[in-house]
Design a protein. Structure first.
Length: 170
């Protein structure tokens, strides 16, 4: 096979430059197309991952919310227990301090729900019993004292029962 070169050097040079320019343009277009495809794939992957993270986050946050609600429920229960707490040692010390010398207590009952204090015992004489009743009535701890008249029947060795309603801090 034989080749004939009928073109001039200047024309050959121009053809070669145009060929190189076309190859460069084609390469740039191919590179731009590859970049667009890669960018689109990356954006799609990012959106997919963001969606999955949102789903996982919702599941985890709902689990966290359940844990927080459980803790809050326990805290409410503890608050109710603390609100209903009465320091009985202080109440007992105060009541015992009100009992005069000539009085012996056989029974002391406290009812937190009604705030009722029931005392039963023996007083040496009526004056000791009345002293106890007056001290209870004058105490800041006691709101009201109920005592049956039968407590006053005997002058000496007075067996008594009485009921007092306490002022408990709510």
């Amino acid at each position: 096979m034989m080749r004939l070169n009928l073109l001039g050097n200047e024309t050959k040079k121009q053809i070669k430059q145009k060929t190189i320019a076309l190859e460069l343009i084609n390469g740039a277009i191919f590179l731009a197309l590859a970049i667009v495809i890669a960018t689109t794939a990356m954006i799609a992957a990012e959106k997919c991952l963001a969606h999955r993270l949102n789903i996982i986050g919702e599941k985890e946050s709902s689990a966290e919310e359940i844990r927080v609600e459980n803790i809050n429920g326990k805290m409410r229960q503890l608050t109710q227990v603390q609100d209903g707490y009465v320091k009985w040692s202080t109440v007992l010390k105060t009541v015992i301090a009100l009992v005069p010398e000539g009085v012996k207590l056989n029974s002391l009952a406290l009812d937190k729900n009604s705030g009722r204090l029931r005392l039963a015992g023996q007083a040496n004489d009526r004056a000791d019993y009345l002293n106890l009743e007056n001290k209870l009535g004058d105490s800041m701890l006691v709101e009201k004292v109920n005592a049956p008249v039968s407590n006053l029947l005997h002058q000496n060795d007075v067996a008594f029962t009485l009921e007092a309603f306490l002022r408990l801090a709510q």
